[in-house]
Design a protein around this ligand. Structure first.
Ligand SMILES: O=C(O)CCC(=O)C(=O)O
Ligand SMILES: [Fe+2]
Length: 291
């Protein structure tokens, strides 16, 4: 468990600066298990030639036809594929950080692993605020106030392999519309300095979130962040979990009720994909967003 002063420092930093880092959130056998299960999940995902979807479960594939080799760059809601990841999402240490911020009735709106395989292009994320990914604002009382997002380093994350970059205190600037231009695709192209300057952010304000395996970074829906593609030969797997206050949100999968971990139910709940119920069957999605 986290020490009380670690929780308090993180909560204060998150409120003041729009982000916080918790070192050694996962350690030892718990970290090794996460790394092993992540490698296993990657092999399962790589059995699919193109992007695969089943309910909220998604494996985002860069197909061999266009990339010379098959890559998996994202998995969503793999709690449906492996019980380990269902209990991972309600780990008691997540609750320790969440409770002071959004209480102990909590739903989860996103569960993601992002891989940045060496050699794959298109593994960067242009600078943005995650509020752009919460389409149904009326489904929340106050989605900004009631959301906390956590990113757990599975591999070491450095500038060379495309670590997260954050603009401290940017959560106070309002919604800036970064990367909303064009098709809004985050993984094509990189943010130019003048785009940041145009919304009042100096490029020198951007910090690299360098993480050791097991370190955690916390951010909010208004925190400006992004990352560059992996230019190194080292992997960068990163597990992102976004939580909301359960009693003010009609989106997400229950994760804690009165602090008690909740497993997934029989059917998926609306989370981030508003079109979930259009097709609940397993299917391939060969959309060529990357062209
Ligand atoms: O994985 C990353 O580097 C950033 C991902 C991100 O910002 C997002 O999914 O919203
Ligand atoms: Fe993001």
């Amino acid at each position: 468990m986290l020490l009380p002063n670690v929780v308090q420092t993180a909560v204060e930093q998150f409120r003041d600066e729009g982000y916080a880092i918790v070192r050694g959130f996962f350690q030892g056998p718990e970290l090794e298990e996460l790394q092993r299960k992540t490698a296993e999940l990657r092999e399962i995902a790589l059995q699919h030639p193109v992007t695969y979807k089943h309910g909220n479960l998604t494996y985002e594939i860069l197909p061999e036809e266009y990339f010379g080799k098959r890559y998996v760059i994202q998995a969503y809601w793999f709690a449906w594929a492996d019980k380990y990841f269902d209990s991972f999402r309600s780990n008691a240490k997540y609750l320790q950080l969440l409770e002071p911020l959004i209480g102990n009735n909590v739903k989860q709106v996103t569960q993601q692993i992002h891989w940045k395989p060496p050699g794959a292009k298109l593994t960067g994320y242009r600078f943005h605020q995650d509020l752009r990914f919460r389409e149904s604002r009326e489904s929340y009382e106050d989605v900004v106030r009631d959301t906390v997002t956590m990113g757990l380093a599975i591999d070491r994350a450095t500038p060379e392999n495309g670590c997260l970059k954050i603009v401290p205190r940017s959560h106070t600037l309002g919604y800036l519309g970064l990367s909303d231009n064009g098709d809004g695709q985050l993984m094509k192209g990189v943010t130019q300095d003048d785009e940041l300057v145009g919304v009042g952010i100096q490029p020198s304000q951007v910090i690299d979130v360098v993480l050791e395996p097991g370190d955690l970074v916390v951010w909010g829906l208004m925190t400006v962040h992004g990352s560059l593609p992996n230019e190194s030969q080292l992997e960068r797997a990163f597990a992102i979990s976004s939580y909301v206050r359960g009693d003010t949100s009609q989106r997400g999968e229950w994760t804690f009720k009165d602090g008690v971990p909740q497993p997934l139910g029989d059917t998926p709940q609306l989370c981030k994909n508003e079109k979930l119920f259009n097709n609940l069957e397993p299917h391939y999605d060969a959309t060529k967003w990357f062209l």
